[in-house]
Design a binder for this molecule. Structure first.
Ligand SMILES: Cc1cc2nc3c(=O)[nH]c(=O)nc-3n(C[C@H](O)[C@H](O)[C@H](O)COP(=O)(O)OP(=O)(O)OC[C@H]3O[C@@H](n4cnc5c(N)ncnc54)[C@H](O)[C@@H]3O)c2cc1C
Length: 333
């Protein structure tokens, strides 16, 4: 039987650099590796990896395996799975971590099936049981209303991790590590799905995932206009981004990319301002990681007030402009 050892992070690149989820996974992987006293590896797959392997070391990896191939330019399950499966079978990691991203959500179950092991998706916390050395995996259950804690005895142990659930280490360019080009012939005849077109999400201003302040609107806004005026004005003042609950996205008031929640984006800003959002569990599943939630709602019984640290009961048409004006005054002074 193979001896399973070490942690492997399956990394992702964004615009030629390590994606933020990968730095977060490396931060978490480092802690797990240290508590096991084992090493942390990172796999990077792309057509051109460039400086990203050095970045992975600066963010905590001991070893970086690189697979460069033109077929790996964009995520394509049939190609990426070949690289990951071959590496995993060669190095037998104890734990494999991926992001709960477009790529991780697709690749992780495929890999788990091929390795005949289990997978905990969308984890919010990971630690090591000191006695058994098994991975303790915490993930949301019942639409985000509860948290479930799992362990699995199957090896290797696999988890995908929600973005912003873990913190990266501070970048340290003096960290030492090894970059290992991993040789594999990608069989390009094994393609069952082809990417016909990639449409880049339009990003105007601060991206939702990177924003430290999110001003989010719900169905109670009644239409698209307040998103472009009242909410945007407040978000701009705070150098933040505008988000939404699902109904505004379903109604076409805002682009689908702004939808936050169980079926939308998961965000964890410093400040989340929920305006005319009732606070359903499906919405809270996407913003409960925020440091501070502020709610503005005309219904004092709205569930959002149970989640919020600060709240104002009132019509958004009156409360938000007054709040924005006061803030502008304070910021100017
Ligand atoms: C499988 C599944 C997945 C889902 N996924 C998601 C998800 O990812 N994200 C998500 O958001 N939802 C999701 N939903 C939908 C979710 O259940 C709720 O229906 C939705 O979150 C409600 O959105 P809302 O709070 O904007 O609207 P509502 O629940 O209609 O609330 C509107 C709020 O606005 C307030 N309001 C109205 N007028 C004003 C005013 N003038 N000033 C101030 N306040 C006012 C009201 O008091 C009310 O509290 C999902 C549902 C299902 C079944």
């Amino acid at each position: 039987m193979a001896e399973y050892k070490g942690i492997l992070v399956c990394g992702e690149l964004a615009d030629g650099k390590l994606a933020s989820i990968t730095t977060e996974l490396l931060g978490c992987g480092r802690k797990l590796a240290d508590s096991l006293q084992e090493s942390l590896s990172c796999l990077l797959t792309s057509d051109a990896i460039g400086e990203a392997s050095k970045e992975a070391i600066a963010f905590g990896a001991d070893k970086v395996y690189t697979v460069e191939h033109p077929a790996l330019k964009e995520y394509q399950a049939d190609f990426h799975i070949q690289a990951v499966e071959k590496l995993v079978k060669d190095i037998s990691p104890r734990i494999i971590l991926m992001g709960q991203t477009f790529m991780g959500r697709d690749l992780a179950p495929r890999l788990a099936f091929r390795l005949d092991t289990s997978l905990a998706t969308d984890c919010l916390d990971l630690s090591i049981d000191p006695e058994t050395k098994l991975l303790i995996q915490t993930r949301p259950a019942y639409g985000g209303n509860a948290r479930a804690v799992f362990t699995s005895e199957l090896m290797p142990q696999m988890a995908t991790v929600r973005s912003k659930a873990m913190s990266p280490l501070d970048r340290d360019n003096s960290r030492k590590g090894e970059v290992i080009p991993f040789k594999i012939d990608i069989d390009t005849s094994k393609v069952r799905a082809k990417i016909i077109e990639t449409v880049k999400e339009e990003a105007v201003g601060v991206k939702l995932e990177d924003a430290s302040v999110i001003v989010s609107g719900g169905r109670g806004l009644g239409g698209p206009e307040p998103f472009q005026t009242t909410l945007k004005e407040l978000a701009d003042l705070l150098h933040g981004a505008v988000g939404a609950s699902r109904p505004p996205a379903d109604n076409g008031w805002v682009p689908a990319a702004l939808h936050i929640g169980l079926t939308g984006k998961i965000v964890a800003p410093d400040i989340y301002i929920a305006i005319a959002i009732s606070g359903s569990s499906q919405h809270i599943a996407g913003c409960s990681g925020s440091k501070h939630i502020i709610a503005i709602n005309k219904d004092p019984e709205a569930n959002i007030f149970r989640e919020a640290e600060f709240g104002v009961v009132g019509k958004y048409e009156e409360v938000v402009p007054a709040f924005t004006n006061k803030l502008r005054e304070l910021l100017a002074g």
